[in-house]
Each structure stands twice: as structure tokens, then as C-alpha cells.
Design a protein around this ligand. Structure first.
Ligand SMILES: [Zn+2]
Length: 311
């Protein structure tokens, strides 16, 4: 009797051990699966970075954009909720070069061991302007498809740092995005190679890198930030320039008032067209499914009209 109890006990222990191993196997499968589908949390400062980050991450990340639709990043001040989202994120993506007035103060207070910070435009910008006696760097790098490709490389590096286990996914999504940017660059190059004119009068000085890439000359109404308003003399100079150079179209933007562009166009006897610096989409643009590529393509259509590239 004692012997049977002894053997029975051993059998019970063996069964329990086997069940235990099975259970722990199943648990580790479950936890591996949940790690693979767990999204990292990413914050971007403004629309083009948001778009690039979403394209690179697809469903691997939850991406929160600081500058809301209808606002432009030069002037935007983050809300307490924005700051809380940054605090909780795994990866923060900024443009840099002074685009986000709040960028420095926020990054100074972040422990770099706790989260990754990518400044996607840093080191790419080469254009400088003197505004109000200060030399400032032109931050509008995303409007050059070639510079945008380099931004995508930097953003991808940020994802790999923040979430190394999914490196292959991020890198392959980034390749798809970069090949679309190569196509966009080729389209611009071909379309703008036959234009009769090369002067673009723009609403603010956002198109310096785009102009440089395709042999155009930008004459901006406002400065590097849309609120850097021109003096009466500067407006007079632009009107004179436009008349002397037979400028037929004055460009305006969707996020800032077209009033100044309309006034200048009236004085010159020119028409107005949109040239969108993609600093943010309006609510209507979001609803109608616009994105970085569709806006860049629409900009190209308007450039071709203004510069008489099809004649
Ligand atoms: Zn701007």
C-alpha cells in the first residue's frame, strides 16, 4: 500500500511537471506574440515628419503629431497634452534648424537614455538668410525630394534605435518610401526642364531648397517664418521685380492669409495660385485624403502653369 502511494505520488509529480512545461511554453508563445504586435509610441513635430514616420512604421507604431491640422509649425506652441505625449513616447522626431521654436527647450529636459530623439533636418540645411540682423538657417528641407530622402534615412535610424527587433520591417518600408521620393524628384526634374520662366514669387521663404534643386529663383514676400512680414519698401521692390520680369502668377499658401499675395498680384496685374509649403494640412485637405505626395504633385502642376513649362 505504501509502495503504491509512493509510485502514485511520483506519477502525479511527473504529470504536473509535464503540464507545467506545456503551460509555460504556451505562455511564452503568447508573450512573444504580444511583443511582436506591440506598437511603439512616436511623436512628430509637424506634418511631413508625421507622414514619413507613418510610412516607415505602418502599423508598428502609434504616431502622434504635435502641430494640429490647420496650424503651421513656425508659430505653434505645444499644449500640456502635447508635452505629456512627448514624455510618454519612445521616439521623438523633430525637424530642427529652428523650425520648432519649442524644440530646444523640450529636448533639453529629456533624458536621452529614456527615449530616442531624431532631428531629421539637422545637417542637411545649407541655406542661410539674414533676418532682422541675425543669420538664420533655412529649415524647409522637406520640400526638396532629395533632402527628404536623407530625412527618411535619419527617421528610419530613429525607429531602429527605439525598436531594434523590427529593424527589417522599418528598413524595407523606408526603401519603398524613398523610391517614391526618387520618382517625385525625376518628375520635377523632367517637368521643370522646359520652362520659359524661372522666377517664383512665394508667400514666405519656404522654397529655397526646391528652387535650388530645379534651377528656379525664389522671390519671397515674407521671410523664413510667415510672420516675418515685409516692409512697404520690400513689397514695392517685389512689385517692381514682378513687373520687370513679366511674372504672371503670385503664389500663396493654404495655411496663411492670401491677402498680401492678392494685393501684390493686383498691383502687378498677375493672377494667384497655391504653392503649398506642406507645413501642415488643412482639415479639408485631411478629409479629402491629401498627403505629402499629392500636395507635391499639385505644387508641380501650379509651377508648370506659372513658369510656362508646357508651351
Ligand atoms: Zn516655413
Amino acid at each position: 500500500m505504501k509502495k503504491n502511494l509512493f509510485f502514485g505520488g511520483i506519477v502525479c509529480i511527473i504529470i504536473l511537471v509535464v503540464i507545467g512545461v506545456r503551460l509555460s511554453e504556451r505562455q511564452s508563445q503568447v508573450s512573444q506574440k504580444s511583443v511582436a504586435t506591440e506598437q511603439i509610441s512616436v511623436v512628430t513635430s509637424f506634418y511631413p515628419l508625421f507622414f514619413f514616420a507613418k510610412e516607415i512604421a505602418q502599423e508598428m507604431a502609434l504616431v502622434y503629431n504635435i502641430t494640429p491640422s490647420g496650424s503651421e509649425p513656425h508659430e505653434y506652441e505645444p499644449t500640456p497634452q502635447d508635452r505629456a505625449s512627448i514624455e510618454k513616447s519612445d521616439l521623438l522626431i523633430l525637424n530642427g534648424d529652428g523650425l520648432e521654436a519649442w524644440g530646444d527647450s523640450i529636448t533639453r529636459n529629456i533624458d536621452p537614455n529614456r527615449m530616442s530623439i531624431i532631428v531629421a533636418g539637422e545637417g542637411l540645411a545649407t541655406g542661410t538668410f539674414v533676418e532682422e540682423g541675425k543669420t538664420i538657417v533655412d529649415p524647409h528641407v522637406w520640400l526638396s525630394p532629395v533632402l527628404a530622402e536623407q530625412m527618411v534615412d535619419k527617421i528610419t535610424q530613429g525607429f531602429v534605435q527605439a525598436d531594434p527587433s523590427n529593424e527589417i520591417v522599418y528598413r524595407s518600408n523606408a526603401e519603398v518610401l524613398k523610391s517614391k521620393l526618387v520618382d517625385l524628384d525625376n518628375m520635377y526634374m523632367q517637368s521643370l526642364s522646359t520652362c520659359k520662366e524661372k522666377n517664383i514669387v512665394t508667400s514666405h521663404s519656404a522654397f529655397g531648397y526646391l528652387a535650388q534643386a530645379y534651377g528656379l529663383t525664389q522671390v519671397p514676400i515674407a521671410g523664413l517664418s510667415p510672420d516675418a512680414e515685409p516692409s512697404a519698401k520690400e513689397i514695392g521692390d517685389i512689385v517692381t521685380f514682378a513687373k520687370e520680369n513679366d511674372v504672371k502668377y503670385i503664389f500663396f499658401e493654404s495655411l496663411i492669409s492670401p491677402k498680401l499675395a492678392q494685393t501684390i498680384a493686383k498691383e502687378v496685374g498677375a493672377q494667384t495660385l497655391v504653392l503649398n509649403p506642406i507645413e501642415g494640412l488643412t482639415d479639408e485637405e485631411v478629409v479629402s485624403g491629401e498627403n505629402y505626395f499629392s500636395v507635391m504633385q499639385n505644387n508641380l502642376i501650379n509651377l508648370k502653369t506659372a513658369l510656362r513649362c508646357n508651351e
